[in-house]
Design a protein around this ligand. Structure first.
Ligand code: MV4
Length: 444
């Protein structure tokens, strides 16, 4: 096992990883920007190194500084968490070439799955259903026009290097195609440094369901159940839960089986997530694969009882994990609400500032992952996630009720938060019935 690792992240997820390390008797090195000297990950780690100024490019994305911090402190491995450099095969390669372990999948697989057109090709080879569309990335506008005639309208243009919501366009007819092709390409070039595009048939109002997988890198993969992630606003997830309500057992078996088949085909070697779109008539299509730990991993931990981060570190350090031999038998239901420092009354405007008072919820079946404390000043440079509240219940309804009382118990003073908006969703008929899809918030 490692004696010391460096965590290349901040906020709640840096704390989550520090907690796993403490339980594994691993010393931790925090890196931080000059805007984060008073952040909790800096205080809770065994060592902390300031690696640059507030702008992410100067610090949390600054590869030479992070590597130097690992070398100076003698860290044997780097955990990239989510965000920042977590999906950079380039960074993973540099770590390995400096004899620092990468706590994540093989860089070649990160690169393959990072190219969304390549990921589609691989998953089709593995036998998964992919959304009808491009086989290869689009060559040019003429190629797009002719492919569009085969796929039919409406369709979507997506960035090969994308993921999330950037570089995506819905194209309704051929007249729109030229303009949207060029604007998507330009946006992709600016956001990702690569303007490559691919095309898919547009699925109206699908559900977004993802499967947590864990692979040993030698061809064996286990699944840890699915997560329902359809409640999101402008491609930012707000609420996740496991298991997914409102899909048949047959559809559930299908996504779980697809995820294992796809991840085994590429010999995936770490924690990962296979994402699917599921249509109203429960057709299942591979969407993309995320090669990192995700924000919403705690809902899976709550229903399986496993500590995913601990097992991910154990696998990276020793090449095996006892989890690999287990079958996840989900128990009950878990729901996560992401509490952001955003004002729902001002179009979710980010709202940094001082937390003048913080009182997290507690009691049975409640988990809070947060880096907040009384007097903490939220810097304006990073994302606005303040806390994740996760509740567990024997049934979905018990978990929902527990979430409502937890949100009511939670006190965050000094900044406006999304708590009132969460309460509204949790009490809505669509949520109670589990009858919602990805259009729920954005079509309000
Ligand atoms: C789609 C789609 C419908 N049809 N692709 C948006 C983010 C990106 N990761 C995938 N996205 C979508 N791709 C086809 N062919 C609808 C969405 C989509 C969506 C997907 C997942 C979660 C929330 C979403 C919200 C709006 C649209």
């Amino acid at each position: 096992m490692y004696k010391k690792i460096l965590i290349a992240a901040r906020g709640e997820i840096a704390l989550r990883i520090i907690r796993a390390c403490k339980e594994l008797d691993i010393k931790t090195v925090a890196v931080h920007s000059s805007a984060d000297t008073e952040s909790l990950h800096v205080k809770l780690a065994d060592e902390a190194i300031c690696i640059g100024s507030a702008q992410p490019a100067a610090s949390y994305l600054n590869i030479p500084r992070i590597i130097a911090a690992a070398e100076i402190t003698g860290a044997e491995a780097i955990h990239p968490a989510y965000g920042f450099l977590s999906e950079s095969p380039h960074f993973a390669d540099i770590c390995l070439s400096c004899h620092i372990d990468w706590i994540g999948p093989q860089p070649a697989i990160m690169e393959m799955m990072g190219d969304k057109a390549m990921a589609r090709k691989m998953m089709r080879e593995a036998g998964l259903e992919i959304i009808p569309g491009s086989v290869e990335a689009l060559e040019n506008e003429a190629g797009a026009v002719s492919l569009a005639q085969t796929i039919g309208y409406p369709l979507m243009i997506k960035a090969v290097s994308g993921g999330g919501g950037r570089g995506i366009r819905v194209v309704r007819d051929e007249q729109q195609l030229s303009e949207l092709f060029h604007s998507a390409s330009k946006e992709a070039e600016l956001s990702f440094g690569h303007g490559g595009l691919y095309m898919e048939k547009y699925l109206a109002a699908p559900r977004h369901i993802e499967v947590q997988v864990f692979g040993d890198g030698k061809g064996k993969v286990i699944q840890l159940g699915e997560r329902e992630c359809s409640i999101q606003r402008r491609h930012q997830k707000l609420i996740e839960e496991s298991p997914s309500p409102g899909i048949s057992d047959q559809t559930r078996r299908k996504v779980l089986e697809y995820a294992i088949r796809g991840a085994e085909y590429i010999k995936y070697g770490s924690l990962g997530t296979v994402e699917f779109l599921v249509t109203a008539d429960e057709e299942v299509y591979f969407l993309e694969m995320n090669t990192r730990i995700q924000v919403e991993h705690p809902v899976t931990e709550m229903v399986t009882g496993f500590d995913l981060i601990k097992e991910q570190i154990r696998l990276a350090a020793t090449g095996s994990s006892p989890l690999m031999e287990k079958t996840a038998i989900p128990r009950g239901h878990a729901i996560e609400c992401r509490i952001n420092a955003e004002d729902p009354d001002k179009n979710f405007k980010p709202n940094p500032g001082e937390i003048t008072f913080y009182h997290p919820p507690g009691g049975p079946g409640v988990r809070v992952d947060s880096h907040l404390y009384d007097g903490y000043i939220i810097p304006p440079y990073y994302d606005s996630l303040l806390a994740k509240i996760i509740t567990w219940g024997e049934t979905r309804e018990y978990a929902r009720k527990r979430m409502i009382r937890s949100l009511q118990e939670c006190v965050i003073e000094g900044v406006a938060t999304t708590i009132p908006f969460h309460l509204w969703i949790l009490r809505s008929e669509a949520f109670i019935e589990g009858a919602f899809d990805t259009s729920f918030i954005d079509t309000l």
